[in-house]
Ligand binder design. Structure first.
Ligand SMILES: Nc1ncnc2c1ncn2[C@@H]1O[C@H](COP(=O)(O)OP(=O)(O)OP(=O)(O)O)[C@@H](O)[C@H]1O
Length: 289
């Protein structure tokens, strides 16, 4: 598939509910590009969820056009947990739909549940899961799809601290793998400093926030890495890092948001030939990780 088709583009999109309802969104132009993270903000009831549903193509615009068909996964604010499956059964079923054999599907489902600390209730009927636990299943179903576009509507809400950090890492992995991710979250610190673009929804329109500060906010990690002689920094590493400075030939100092440091390190070590990681230093700020 070409990059053009993997872009998702809203062209003068409007949405209202009912034929004569007030316009919730109007004149929206937005392009989501592979490998980028986009944050959508705005006060309650301004149309953020409506916009995300339109982006996920779960809701059709009342006017305007959508171009591009990236393979999309969506995590809703409220997941329909009354489905007649266990978490493992549901995810295994979905993974077979994504084309895995039964055995690999079950393994992928179990791995994803484990990643989010959900193994203890993998075999519990979903209707009996707490809000937080069913939210983990919602997140797992979206990640299992390895989507080209991942749409997260308050997906962190209800998750415990470990699962929240894990979801931030999963977002970093998706963008490093060339996927687009768009999210809404009430916590202004969520993935702070990471988004490639931030937009605010108000008055039915979408307004690009100017980059407030060049200095990234949120905890940062500095990685010093040495490549093979004459080696160029892997493209995925460049995409994940906030800044990359060649301090001497073949040696780079990379700054990365703490949530993305695992992904950056993995990218460097998995490069062929692999890069040598000289040092990793965590900037000490309150809050840790
Ligand atoms: N299915 C629907 N039918 C009718 N009106 C709707 C529907 N969904 C949303 N709306 C209305 O559209 C407007 C925007 O709602 P939306 O949920 O998109 O906002 P939001 O910014 O996501 O809000 P919140 O932060 O509270 O989730 C609201 O006035 C809401 O009442």
């Amino acid at each position: 598939m070409t990059t053009m088709e993997r872009d998702l583009q809203l062209d003068n999109v409007g949405r209202r509910y009912g034929l004569r309802g007030p316009w919730v969104l109007r004149g929206i132009h937005l392009t989501l590009t592979p490998g980028t993270l986009t944050r959508i903000e705005g006060p309650n009831g301004t149309g953020k969820s409506t916009l995300l549903r339109v982006l996920a193509r779960l809701d059709a615009p009342s006017e305007g056009r959508i171009k591009g068909r990236p393979r999309t996964a969506y995590v809703p604010e409220r997941f329909p947990s009354a489905l007649p499956f266990t978490a493992l059964g549901y995810l295994t079923h979905l993974a077979t739909i994504h084309g895995l054999t039964r055995a690999s599907a079950e393994r992928a489902a179990a791995d994803t549940l484990e990643r989010f600390g959900a193994t203890p209730y993998a075999r519990t009927p979903m209707a009996q899961l707490s809000k937080g636990s069913s939210q983990k299943v919602a997140v797992a179903q979206a990640l299992l799809a390895e989507p080209e576009l991942l749409v997260l509507d308050e997906a962190w809400t209800g998750l415990d601290a470990d699962a929240r950090a894990e979801l931030e890492r999963a977002v970093a992995e998706r963008t490093a793998a060339g996927g687009a991710v768009v999210f809404v979250d009430h916590d202004p610190g969520r993935l702070a400093g990471v988004p490639d673009a931030t937009y605010a929804v108000h008055g039915g329109g979408l307004h690009r926030r100017t980059a407030q500060a060049t200095a990234p906010t949120g905890p940062q990690v500095t990685v010093v890495a040495q490549g093979p002689a004459g080696g160029r920094l892997p493209a995925d590493a460049l995409r994940t890092a906030t800044t990359a400075e060649e301090t001497e030939p073949g040696t780079y100092r990379l700054a990365v948001p703490a949530s993305h440091s695992d992904v950056l390190l993995r990218t460097l070590l998995a490069a062929r030939p692999p890069w040598h990681v000289v040092s990793v230093s965590h900037e000490t700020q309150e809050g840790g990780r």
